[in-house]
Design a protein around this ligand. Structure first.
Ligand code: GLV
Ligand code: MN
Ligand code: MN
Ligand code: MN
Length: 414
């Protein structure tokens, strides 16, 4: 089959991504720092909005800092495409931002080709996807999945309260809740994202079509022991919070073996030790335990057993334990019809693709609870992501972006 006439402009896509990545670049590490609601993140959003306005799109920002650009009919439901612009701390150049830029490039390619969509296409640059506050605030707000109660208790790893951070942007729980779209107003959602894992590269397939996405449970464990002298306190008289943390970390492979699946992942990624001094027994350890699986049932069992383990560990080391479930994002089965469409369109255009699960969380999984959603992956070099070394090659990106373009053309024709 000959390749279609309408194609994305790879050079323009590169310059869009460069534009986004002018915000938050850290020359010392080569990584990017645009945590949700940081100055770098909001500046980047303003740039992206201005760039869409320059192209004549109807552009606005909602009360959760999601940025939208609409192309096509002003009224009626839309096909939404996009991803997030925020990054983890010291993240890579592609995670999220590539998907937002690809969505914009697809619309620009459609405009260039003179395509007038029957159903509007909305580009979405979602906010706070990376879970600084534990959720996926942007897409959860769009889909009406955020509660006042959750906003009131959400804090980041440094103890900043979401409600206070919102206030600095003249936002509050009311504006976030008001960002919810009307049911039926989004006919479908498409996201392109880097795979962030090794499968596509290993199998030399340029495109992945995700069929399910793992959920994310953010459990915070807080061990309180006794800070004391590291030289005088006999080993059997200690209440060492780090010893508790180490036991919990050690239990992870056993827990997965006993209760998990090949999709289970448990990570301790953030640790705060107090007083964190070489010569003092740690009196307190507060740490994140992120539990992921594609099955909600398995996540629940892992979460329950992790908490039981931590309770037993606390007893063994004479610690006091507080376990808090900071957030819970459910796994999702993405829409099979959208996945079929992506597969058919890929085959029609000679783009090799395979179905696969996603171990990382994505806006598409949140959107799936609201409208049929699909997720396109492009390979990640060495499977590396959430690190400055994150890289995807432009030949693969071009293929994935052209699949997005063709799928959008199909969807917005009706
Ligand atoms: C969320 O974006 C994650 O998968 O870490
Ligand atoms: Mn991402
Ligand atoms: Mn990420
Ligand atoms: Mn993510």
């Amino acid at each position: 089959m000959p390749l279609p006439r309408v194609r994305i402009d790879l050079e323009r896509l590169k310059s869009l991504l460069e534009g986004v990545n002018r915000f938050g670049f850290a020359p010392r590490t080569g990584g990017y720092n645009r945590p949700g609601f940081s100055r770098e993140d909001t500046d980047c959003r303003s740039w992206f909005a201005a760039r869409m306005r320059e192209e004549g799109l109807t552009v606005w920002t909602d009360g959760a800092l999601n940025v939208f650009g609409r192309f096509g009919p002003e009224d009626g439901p839309c096909i939404m495409a996009g991803s997030h612009l925020d990054t983890v701390v010291n993240g890579g150049a592609y995670d999220g931002s590539l998907g937002a830029c690809v969505a914009l490039e697809c619309v620009l390619a459609m405009k260039d080709a003179g395509i007038e969509p029957a159903t509007a296409v909305e580009i979405a640059a979602t906010s706070e996807e990376e879970g600084r506050f534990g959720g996926m605030l942007g897409s959860q707000a769009i889909t009406g999945q955020v509660t006042r109660e959750w906003i009131a208790r959400a804090v980041d790893a440094e103890g900043n309260r979401l409600s206070e951070v919102l206030e600095t942007h003249d936002l509050d729980a009311g504006t976030v809740l008001a960002a919810a779209r009307r049911p039926g107003s989004i006919a479908a959602f498409l996201e392109l994202h880097i795979e962030q894992g090794p499968i596509l590269e290993q199998e030399q397939v340029p495109i992945g079509i995700a069929d399910r996405v793992s959920g994310i449970c953010y459990l915070e464990l807080d061990f309180k022991g006794t800070a004391n002298h590291s030289g005088t306190t006999p080993m059997n008289l200690r209440a060492d919070a780090f010893a508790g943390l180490a036991d919990v970390a050690h239990s992870i492979p056993h827990l997965i073996e006993a209760h998990g699946t090949d999709q289970s992942r448990i990570t301790i990624g953030h640790v705060a030790l107090t007083p964190n001094q070489p010569h003092t027994i740690p009196g307190r350890a507060v740490f994140s335990v992120i539990i992921r699986d594609t099955s909600e049932e398995v996540m629940r069992i892992l979460c329950k057993n992790m908490t039981l383990n931590a309770e037993a560990t606390a007893k063994k080391h004479k610690l006091e334990l507080t376990a808090t479930e900071r957030s819970w994002i459910s796994p999702a089965l993405l829409d099979p019809h959208v996945a079929d469409l992506l597969e058919v369109v890929a085959a029609r255009h000679g783009l090799p693709a395979r179905r696969m699960p996603s171990g990382a969380g994505h806006d598409a999984q949140t959107m799936q609870a609201f409208c049929p959603s699909g997720l396109i992956f492009v390979p990640s070099r060495g499977g590396i992501s959430h690190a400055p070394e994150e890289h995807s090659n432009w030949q693969d990106i071009e293929k994935g972006a052209n699949l997005m373009l063709q799928a959008l053309i199909e969807l917005c024709r009706a």
